[in-house]
Design a protein around this ligand. Structure first.
Ligand code: HEC
Length: 167
């Protein structure tokens, strides 16, 4: 096929193309993609990164290295392809999830993280209506309690008041 088709495929599998790390998703952003991303994130990433992305998940509470918060300026500024690449290749003491999470799901997770960053930073009222709707719908689907009150969950964990396996 044409070169541009090859370029699209390479971005899809590597998170970067000729122009550098992907700043846009190589797949269409739909509500289904965000919901899939949230579901996969909650399974594979929240144990360390927490539901809110602040890096204070259950395993970290128990003594594992604490990752940077996704709400730090540096990671806020990181393009969506950066998150795809960390899931694919690992990062420092975090190992690769390439064998457990297929590329399509890695993009879904990366898209969800960008949404999570935006939703924590911007007043919900400022979000475009369609994004707000997706977020509201996504948070009623899975992990509703944790999504609605990530701060409450993490402070309960910090104080050791959360029952084992509460999330
Ligand atoms: C077992 C705990 C654990 C799990 C599960 C985990 N991570 Fe990590 N993650 C870490 C740690 C620890 C670091 C920091 C590593 C270091 O600095 O050496 C990290 C770093 C990162 C970074 C880079 C942050 C930076 O500072 O640039 C991103 C992005 C990231 N993780 C995303 C994810 C995603 C997405 C998932 C789910 C697919 C995931 N992680 C699952 C522990 C985890």
């Amino acid at each position: 096929m044409s070169r541009s088709r090859g370029e699209v495929d390479s971005v899809f599998f590597t998170g970067q193309g000729e122009a550098g790390i992907a700043t846009e998703l190589p797949v269409a952003l739909t509500e289904a993609v965000l919901q899939r991303g949230q579901q996969r994130y909650n399974i594979y990433c929240s144990p360390c990164h927490n539901y809110s992305g602040n890096g204070e998940g259950m395993i970290v509470q128990k003594g594992f290295v604490q990752p940077a918060s996704f709400h730090d300026e540096r990671l806020q500024a990181a393009p969506v392809g950066y998150f795809f690449q960390v899931i694919t290749n690992g990062y420092g003491r975090m190992y690769s999830y390439a064998s457990r999470v297929p590329p399509e799901d890695r993009w879904a997770i990366a898209a969800y993280i960008k949404t999570l960053q935006y939703s924590q930073d911007a007043p919900v009222a400022d979000l475009p209506a369609d994004v707000r709707e997706r977020l509201e719908q996504a948070s009623t689907e899975t992990g509703a309690a944790a999504q609605a009150a990530p701060e409450a969950v993490s402070s309960a964990q910090a104080e050791g008041t959360a029952p084992e396996g509460a999330d």
